[in-house]
Design a binder for this molecule. Sequence first.
Ligand SMILES: Cc1cc2nc3c(=O)[nH]c(=O)nc-3n(C[C@H](O)[C@H](O)[C@H](O)COP(=O)(O)OP(=O)(O)OC[C@H]3O[C@@H](n4cnc5c(N)ncnc54)[C@H](O)[C@@H]3O)c2cc1C
Length: 281
Amino acid sequence: MITEFIQAKSPKEALEAIQKAGEGTVFLAGGTELNRLGSSITCSRVVSLKKLGLDRIEESNGVVSIGSMVTFQQALESDVVPAYFKEALRFCASRTRRNMATIGGNVTLSRDDSYLLPTLIAAKARLVLGDITHEGKYNEEDVPIREYHAFREHFTGSLILKIVLNKVNRFVASDRFSRTAQSPAAVTVSFGADLSSGAPHDVRICAAVKGSGITRLIQVEEGVSNGQFETPEDAATQAGNDIAFVDDITGSATYKRYLLGTAVSELYRVCLGKKSKGGAQ
Ligand SMILES: Cc1cc2nc3c(=O)[nH]c(=O)nc-3n(C[C@H](O)[C@H](O)[C@H](O)COP(=O)(O)OP(=O)(O)OC[C@H]3O[C@@H](n4cnc5c(N)ncnc54)[C@H](O)[C@@H]3O)c2cc1C
């Protein structure tokens, strides 16, 4: 139960408050997970991020910076947020939740049915993080989201300040499979590639699979980059080789593997279609 609410006015103050208050103290963003019945997070004190000025979306030469406190709905209504990211934001079908849920909160949670993480990894997004040392010195660092995801424990306690989409011409497309738009997803997958050389390279394919977590499909990424697959269906045969699928309420392990394979081949096909039209999304 939350018994104390701390209002910070700057990222440094927010980090100091967490450091001072100690265990059981967490950042409060939109509160959709923290206040959810059966939430994955237990805490007794929260440090509100509301007054930190992290709710702005900025664009310069096509590079879009989204403050971590920007809500899903705010990003959807922005003229500068790329279409591929709006596609992922719409995976959260509840408008009520879209009005509260923040992008920073979603990245931090990195759930196995994450709305946004597969797309952000495929897009090669970057995160700007705030941290404080034991001596109280405040630092900011800019890290690839792939690194944040791969070394999660290292970033525990970091404050996400913003998410930067700086690969202006990158192709990115995503897909999500669930029983209903409001149900948890069995599989969410995203495919990103640079098409500037005429063939897909610098490929990132990332899948969130319920019960198994969020995984980059590195073997398939390499196969696509090396032109190893004759058809998109060939890529599907390797998708999920490294994933331990499980049966659960969203579907059987076999069904999830099937969904992942067909989604990867379909997204690869869309990517090849863009390439032949000479454009990225
Ligand atoms: C009914 C229901 C269904 C849901 N289904 C899904 C789903 O299918 N997929 C999905 O991905 N999510 C789902 N969620 C979870 C949630 O709505 C989203 O993930 C949302 O984006 C979380 O953002 P928030 O601002 O509400 O986070 P909060 O609840 O405020 O915080 C969540 C966690 O993130 C930390 N945090 C927040 N912002 C930052 C920051 N800037 N830096 C560092 N740490 C931070 C908090 O300390 C806390 O630990 C669901 C929630 C509900 C209630």
